[in-house]
Design a protein around this ligand. Structure first.
Ligand code: PAF
Length: 265
């Protein structure tokens, strides 16, 4: 495609496509002459004991959805094709992974950056599209692309939500209806945070405490973190004096969910 002077748009995924992925795919369809989607549940971004084996998969359905949404190429490599026996290179960033999800998942972002670098080298896209729900992932990929001089424009796409505000995620399928109800407290906490800030409360601790109260009222939720931080560096902000990222990660039952929003003064 590159030698035909055509542009390639790329949407990397782990499959089990939902509306959130489809919105990235539709965006890709608009910006590239050729649209490539990868479906690969990347083993190296799961730590032992995480849900690699159980991660939801449905390749047949994904292929139908890809075809219906105008995808030209679906790339579905086998584990062995990407990670041969002698594989020994990791992509590690020095700072951005040391915050938020990287604290409880210390090998996760190295797994993500490594596979995304490999996929970029294989697909050779001009544009790559990632969801803003995985805010830290997007920040890390942008940094990697800049640091390693990939000639790729990274596009961040807004989080798609269910009618009641739950951020779309392949893992939502694990939730029972009660757990799904409890999970709504993530979005409610983000909304409440913006209300507090708009009412002049700019002390992060106060806003985080309110979110803690909302979330802790659900006994089936275990909090990993609630943070308010600088959207570029991901370093905690004590006082909100400009745009701030509020990010949350919890476990509802066994299901890990994340969400985030930019809080504006
Ligand atoms: O966000 C995801 O689905 C994955 O982390 C990605 C970017 C496809 C890498 O495996």
């Amino acid at each position: 495609m590159r030698c035909l002077d055509k542009t390639i748009a790329f949407v990397p995924t782990m499959g089990y496509l939902h509306e959130g992925h489809l919105s990235l795919i539709r965006q890709g369809r608009k910006i590239g002459d050729c649209l490539v989607v990868s479906i690969f549940v990347n083993p190296i971004q799961f730590a032992p004991g995480e849900d690699f084996e159980d991660y939801p998969r449905d390749l047949e359905k994904d292929l139908v959805l890809a075809m219906k949404n105008g995808v030209d190429v679906v790339f579905t490599p086998y584990d062995k094709e990407l990670y041969s026996n002698g594989f020994q290179t990791d992509v590690n960033l020095k700072k951005l992974p040391n915050h938020l999800c990287g604290i409880s998942r210390p090998t996760f972002f190295s797994g993500v950056a490594t596979v995304v670098a490999k996929l970029f080298n294989i697909v050779k896209p001009h544009f790559a599209i990632f969801g803003k729900k995985d805010y830290q992932q997007l920040a890390i990929i942008r940094q990697m692309v800049s640091d390693l001089n990939f000639d790729i424009e990274i596009i961040g796409s807004e989080t798609l939500r269910e009618h009641d505000g739950l951020a779309m995620s392949s893992r939502n399928i694990y939730l029972t209806s009660e757990q799904r109800n409890s999970a709504l407290c993530l979005y409610k906490s983000l909304q409440k945070a913006q209300v507090l800030l708009s009412n002049g409360i700019n002390d992060s601790e106060k806003i985080i405490n309110t979110a803690l109260e909302i979330i802790k009222s659900h006994t089936d939720i275990e909090i990993d973190y609630i943070a308010i931080c600088d959207p570029q560096t991901l370093i905690d902000m004590k006082k909100i004096d400009g745009p701030a990222l509020m990010a949350l990660a919890v476990k509802v039952g066994k299901t890990r969910l994340i969400d985030n929003a930019i809080l504006n003064l």
